[in-house]
Design a protein around this ligand. Structure first.
Ligand code: URA
Length: 209
């Protein structure tokens, strides 16, 4: 079973509180999503293996450690996942970025793909799926399935706020995926919003509605 890690560093908890605040305007909301994503990337890369190397300091030759041969791909789910990309790229500047767009079929309520664009070498990369809100888990599960169908290796899902329902759905459908969240909230309401949540992440990121 993949891990569920709540990244509850004080800096993250502090920033998430301002993210939740309905008075937080678009500019600050965007900055907070970016900053929290960087801090979460720090946690999500903790298992990256190191290889030893030699480094010549001004004083002596010493042993150093570097992350070698780790090829990463970031897969934001459109559109709110885009808000997390730059924050993660600050720590993983060589990562390639693919995009998955999904809409919800009005009748079946199931996510349907409308856009998939992936790096050419995507199957060789360790993929981190980005979506700020893990609500029912429908979009995350669909995105992970789309990647697997194309022979890819998604290993991690990074979300800012999760509902227990969404975590359970992903763990059941894709038990090998490690899930990283900044906060695990109480539940989903009858409109599918996470409670207490932060409202619609896409609208708050882009100032729509
Ligand atoms: N998507 C959002 O943006 N917010 C929620 O609360 C649930 C899904």
């Amino acid at each position: 079973m993949g891990r569920l890690q709540v990244c509850d560093h004080p800096l993250i908890q502090h920033k998430v509180t301002f993210l939740r605040d309905k008075k937080t305007e678009t500019k600050q909301f965007r900055e907070l999503v970016d900053e929290i994503s960087t801090l979460m990337a720090y946690e999500a890369t903790r298992d990256f293996p190191l290889t030893t190397t030699k480094v010549q300091t001004p004083v002596v030759e010493a042993e150093g450690k570097i992350i070698a041969g780790r090829m990463v791909g970031l897969i934001p789910i459109l559109r709110a996942g885009l808000g997390m990309v730059d924050g993660v790229l600050k720590l993983l500047p060589s990562a390639r970025v693919g995009h998955i767009g999904l809409y919800r079929d009005e009748e079946t309520l199931q996510p349907v793909e409308y856009y998939v664009s992936l790096p050419t070498d995507v199957a060789e990369r360790e993929l981190i799926v980005l979506d700020p809100m893990l609500a029912t888990g429908g979009s995350a599960n669909a995105a992970i399935s789309i990647l697997k169908q194309r022979g890819c290796k998604p290993t991690k899902l990074m979300c800012l706020i999760a509902a227990p329902e969404g975590v359970k759905a992903v763990q059941e459908a894709h038990p090998e995926i490690d899930i990283f969240v900044a906060a695990l909230d109480s539940h989903l309401n009858e409109h599918g919003y996470i409670v207490p949540g932060l409202g619609d992440a896409g609208d708050r990121l882009y100032g729509t509605k």
